[in-house]
Design a protein around this ligand. Structure first.
Ligand code: KG4
Ligand code: ZN
Length: 344
């Protein structure tokens, strides 16, 4: 490879965010995210509506990203897109667009695993912004917590990762969103629980911590416990939720964080690795960010927390993953198929 910087167009469309990013090597020049509001009406992502919204958004989002980056189409060296995992209809929109554009511009194509990209978000840089901390050093552990996944990943190198623990049922983000729904909050409820929790007492109510084998997680029992808890409390006082929203949210959040951190501590002990990162939508949670920092201090970990804009789904992480694959010459064929269950 020559020393010339590489301009990458990244495209992300795995769930309900249509995102395009332009990067120069690992520096982000633009990162546009169109969030789909339509799903709020239904209390969760409706796959068919997500695909249609991606179709509507993708061209303007890509054009705006190029405009903000000050990059012409002809200057793009390579297109990286999310191959999976995710909703198949949503993935098809982004992957078809990326393939067509790579053909039209006669430039290579790179397929990216969305979960690997969440971990690699730690290597995103912004030329004009200071304050991005150090990169994690290999090997490191990354707790990737999103709406669809909860994994402890052993990152041995940029493109060499192993899942050493994962959820056996719901993801951590799902636990937040489902608990929020029970409390009558709109989708996605995770950020709202985070907000209310900041004013509440995390020890006000006790919820069970479902157990799973080894480094795995389980969250579905928590959702059921919250459902029965609220049902019983509302029998005594129909205003229970309104009167206790902060404390209930703080207690639920505290439980989810404890489940996550207990396993992360076990993973660190087992692997003897003290470079510890978090990634994915739930890593935007202020309670989790604080708890990781505190635990890190106690256990002499080096901890790594992505900036907020790179926690939830974004195309900058896809472009950065694309960059590392470019360096290794890992290009995709036009025949590459989107994969809903693409594993790490
Ligand atoms: O990574 P992401 O954007 O999409 C997936 O790949 O799933 O994660 C979305 C998830 C949702 O469940 C959302 O509620 C959760 O991340 N989330 C949060 C917060 N911000 C986003 N959960 C708790 N606290 C937050 N601040
Ligand atoms: Zn994600």
């Amino acid at each position: 490879m020559s020393g010339k910087p590489i301009i990458i167009l990244g495209i992300e469309s795995s769930c309900d965010e249509t995102s395009a990013s332009v990067t120069r090597n690992t520096n982000v020049l633009a990162n546009l995210i169109a969030s789909q509001k339509i799903h709020e009406l239904y209390g969760g992502v409706v796959p068919e509506l997500a695909s249609r919204a991606h179709q509507k958004n993708i061209v303007p989002v890509v054009e705006e990203a190029l405009k903000q980056a000050g990059i012409k189409k002809e200057e793009i060296d390579v297109i990286a897109f999310t191959r999976g995992p995710g909703l198949i209809g949503s993935l098809l929109v982004g992957s078809s667009f990326a393939k067509a554009m790579s053909l039209a511009l006669n430039i290579p194509l790179i397929e990216v695993n969305h979960m690997q990209a969440h971990v690699l978000a730690h290597f995103i840089r912004k030329e004009d912004v200071r304050g991005h901390g150090e990169n994690p050093k290999f090997p490191f552990l990354c707790l990737t917590v999103s709406g669809g996944h909860t994994q402890i990943v052993l990152a041995k190198d940029y493109l060499d990762m192993e899942v050493i623990g994962e959820t056996v049922d719901d993801a951590a983000g799902e636990a937040f969103d489902k608990a929020a729904k029970i409390l009558g909050l709109p989708y996605p409820g995770g950020p709202l629980i985070d907000q209310y929790a900041q004013e509440g007492n995390p020890n006000a109510f006790k919820f069970p911590e479902p157990k799973a084998e080894g480094l795995n997680f389980s969250f579905s029992g928590l959702k059921t416990a919250v459902l029965y808890f609220i049902r019983d409390k509302e029998k005594e006082n129909k205003n229970f939720i309104q009167e206790n929203m902060n404390d209930v949210c703080a207690s639920i959040q505290h439980t989810i964080i404890k489940i996550l951190l207990d396993k992360l501590i076990a993973a660190s002990k087992q692997t003897k690795i003290k470079e510890i990162a978090i990634a994915g939508g739930v890593s935007a949670n202020s309670g989790l960010r604080n708890a990781l920092t505190e635990t890190g201090k106690q256990l002499s970990w080096n901890t790594y927390i992505p900036p907020f804009e790179y926690c939830t789904d974004n195309a900058a992480m896809i472009a950065i993953a694309g960059y590392f694959k470019y360096l290794k010459g890992e290009f995709a064929e036009q025949s590459v198929a989107a994969s809903a269950r693409y594993t790490l």
